[in-house]
Ligand binder design. Structure first.
Ligand code: NAP
Length: 485
């Protein structure tokens, strides 16, 4: 990594990089080689305290500014992210192993979208006037205070901004704790926000594993926790937050259905299934990993999919021709290979892939199983890797029932040329983020989030404002007060 690209210390607190080597050593591993490319140290109690006190101080200043002034800072940060897209994309690739081909168009760019979008909204976050006969009332939209963001490792820059941008637009401060697996990218977001004019302490980034996240969310000075992570972590964090009645947003895992009807455009459906299973080596929460394909087109679908899989270019993620990179970690590769073994053991038919190439780095081939049944482990549990399960179906009602038979409810997709059916089926699928004749688009203008075990709250869009602000209502009496005595 070039000196300019690499963050200069473990933490970014109170407007500057901060080091404290007394914390637990966390190696930074480049997933494409397995080599240690850096080191950060988990936040010590002193670092956590500084993050909280500087956050509280900055929040008071920030909340006192006009919305348009806050918005200007966010929009400036968006511009800087875009100007430095290439450097930030290279850093994202070092952090995650995702191909540069992807990171150049999906990470700093989507983070910039969030900063730009919420920066634009910041000046129009108002309450309302409520006429009450001779009297009246009004509401004031107020910030929550100090928010904590805890990120997963698959989209470190994007998650830092999907949480930070709406939080800051609403007048809050944020302490962001990245996943210990991908500690680098959020530091650059913090650095850029300062450059864009944010007050020191407004957006602090501190490193560490679950214990640091735990220390933050149990602190009574923290008012909100937004987590992106797995369901088990979400359950723990939600319960901890509930003990102090803190606000929460939970963006958790999924096992989403992607349904291909017999009248679908097969090439588009295959394209959707590729995007919904193999982008970022399958490490995407909303992936449509249960691909239900109508019996009548199953063979055609699998034939076209096999053909298009010949276009996979797996290798050095810094090579822009490469479209499949490694898993984020050795552990994640082991988990994915364990699921592939389970798929074979339980009788699914391996159509493609299935192996981890013997080379440096944590690679797993894009893998497709057909003849998968609803009971198989690979059809029930989130794998978070490049493993697609194809399940045949015959009937619309049947596929809706089967698609909904899961604890998760993050996403769902339908491919069909029948407009009425598309909307009818989507209407019956229990999922938060849905797609018709597409898969995995996540524009900042649309709410993103899950139902059931996949989470609570929404990120992106105007809906996110509800989750980073609260309403104060004020009753104004214009006449005398009547009282019983
Ligand atoms: P994870 O293991 O649940 O960890 C998520 C974050 O929580 C990490 O920063 C982790 O720290 C931290 N953490 C773990 N235990 C904690 C605790 N007790 N208290 C506070 N923080 C704690 O998830 P992951 O493996 O990083 O990410 C994969 C999961 O994220 C998948 O299930 C995926 O579906 C989900 N995800 C969801 C979305 C969405 O928007 N719905 C988006 C992306 C990913 P350490 O990792 O440093 O220990």
């Amino acid at each position: 990594m070039s000196y300019d690209t690499q963050p200069k210390a473990s933490h970014f607190v109170d407007g500057a990089y901060l080091e404290d080597t007394a914390g637990e050593r966390i190696p930074v591993i480049y997933p494409a080689t397995g080599a240690e490319i850096g080191v950060v140290y988990a936040a010590t109690p002193a670092v956590i305290e500084k993050a909280i006190t500087s956050g509280l101080r900055a929040q008071a200043e920030w909340a006192g500014m006009m919305g348009v002034e806050r918005g200007r800072v966010l929009r400036r940060a968006a511009d800087i992210l875009r100007e430095r897209n290439r450097d930030l994309s290279v850093l994202e690739t070092y952090d995650t192993g995702k191909p540069l081909q992807e990171t150049l168009v999906a990470d700093a760019t989507s983070a910039a979208d969030a900063l730009e979008y919420f920066g634009g909204l910041a000046g129009s976050l108002t309450g309302e006037h409520v006429p009450l006969g001779a009297d009246w009332g009004y509401t004031v939209r107020e910030p929550l205070g100090l928010c904590v963001g805890i990120g997963a490792w698959n989209y470190p820059t994007q998650i830092a901004c999907w949480k930070g941008a709406p939080a800051l637009a609403c007048g809050n401060a944020m302490i962001f704790k990245p996943s210990e697996t991908t500690p680098l990218c959020a530091l650059k977001v913090a650095e850029i926000l300062i450059e864009a004019g944010a007050p020191a302490g407004l957006y602090n980034v501190i490193q560490g594993a679950g214990a640091v996240g735990g220390a933050l969310i149990t602190d009574p000075r923290v008012n909100k926790v937004s987590l992106t992570g797995s369901v088990p972590t979400g359950q723990k964090v939600y319960a901890t937050a509930a003990a102090q009645m803190k606000h929460v947003t939970m963006e958790l895992g999924g096992k989403s259905p992607l349904i291909v009807f017999e009248d679908a455009d097969i090439d588009n459906a295959v394209g959707g299934a590729i995007n919904g299973n193999f982008y970022s080596s399958g490490q995407v929460c909303s992936n449509g990993t249960r691909v239900f394909v109508h019996e009548a087109v199953k063979d055609a679908f699998l034939a076209r999919l096999s053909e298009r899989l010949k276009g996979v270019v797996m290798g050095d993620p810094m090579d822009e021709a490469v479209n499949i990179g490694p898993m984020v970690s050795d552990r994640q590769r082991e988990i994915v290979m364990g699921y592939i073994a389970k798929g074979l053991e339980e009788g699914a038919t391996l159509v493609s892939g299935g192996t981890a190439p013997k080379q440096d780095g944590f690679y797993v081939e894009p893998t497709v199983f057909s003849d998968v049944t609803d009971e198989m482990t690979i059809a029930r549990e989130e794998i978070f890797g490049p493993v697609m399960s194809v399940l045949p179906f015959c009937d619309e009602d049947e596929v809706i029932t089967r698609a909904n038979a899961t604890e998760f409810g993050l996403s769902a997709g339908v491919f069909t040329r029948d407009l009425t059916r598309a909307h009818r089926v989507i209407g019956k699928l229990r999922a938060g983020s849905c797609f018709i004749n597409s898969y995995n688009d996540a524009p900042v203008e649309l709410p993103f989030g899950g139902v059931k075990a996949s989470g609570v709250g929404r990120e992106n869009s105007k809906a996110a404002i509800e989750h980073y602000s609260q309403l104060k209502s004020v009753f104004v009496r214009m006449g005398d007060v009547e009282a019983p005595f």
